[in-house]
Design a binder for this molecule. Structure first.
Ligand SMILES: [Ca+2]
Length: 198
């Protein structure tokens, strides 16, 4: 005979709560008792504590995860502009071009170039020797950026055709590629280099 009494299995109803707290504020984002995956979104930069709470109605367990959320372009601007300049949109605004290189701050941020250095800009250069020879295309590529070289054969053609893709590298470098079938006079061919934003 046994003194042990087996307790019936209790059906566990698990639930998950995500609580986001920023500074003194705490907000319940997405309570659910059925989802196995819950997404948390952040609209402001800051350091958040992401608290995961799981329980079965009797016992609960919690775990905190520290999440740092950055505003990419704001962090980037802080590297190049003083506090006074950051407060002046004519200098640090997305549409401003304080180094006068023809590229706005937003374009320089996307390209990974320096907004206070006119020599630092995404610019495609073509070197053409004789008619019918391969056309050399060259540009300064920034570390970590991917690029696509494209062309079209005249005004009014909105469709750009890929000539080559350039994979990201760990350092800045000069990229050279060739168009082995360039259009011969009197034809026209336009080229561009594009890099995706964050
Ligand atoms: Ca610029």
């Amino acid at each position: 005979m046994s003194a042990f009494k087996q307790m019936p299995h209790r059906k566990r109803t698990e639930f998950v709560r995500l609580i986001i707290s920023l500074a003194r504020r705490t907000a319940l984002l997405a309570p659910t008792n059925t989802a196995t995956r819950t997404k948390a979104g952040f609209t402001q930069a800051g350091v958040y504590t992401l608290r995961l709470t799981a329980g079965d109605g009797v016992f609960t367990r919690t775990a905190d995860v520290l999440v740092t959320v950055t505003n990419g372009i704001a962090t980037w601007k802080a590297q190049y502009f003083t506090a006074a300049e950051l407060a002046n949109p004519a200098i640090s605004g997305d549409a401003a071009d304080p180094d006068g290189d023809g590229h706005t701050n937003l374009q320089e941020y996307v390209a990974g170039t320096k907004p206070r250095d006119p020599a630092s800009r995404l610019e495609l250069k073509a070197e053409f020797s004789v008619s019918g020879a391969p056309l050399k295309l060259r540009f300064d590529a920034m570390a970590g950026k991917t690029y696509s070289l494209q062309f079209n054969n005249g005004f009014g053609i909105s469709q750009w055709t890929k000539l080559a893709d350039v994979a990201p590298a760990s350092t800045n470098r000069v990229v050279e590629t060739f168009d082995f079938s360039p259009v011969i006079d009197p034809g026209l061919r336009f080229y561009r280099v594009v890099t995706p934003g964050d």
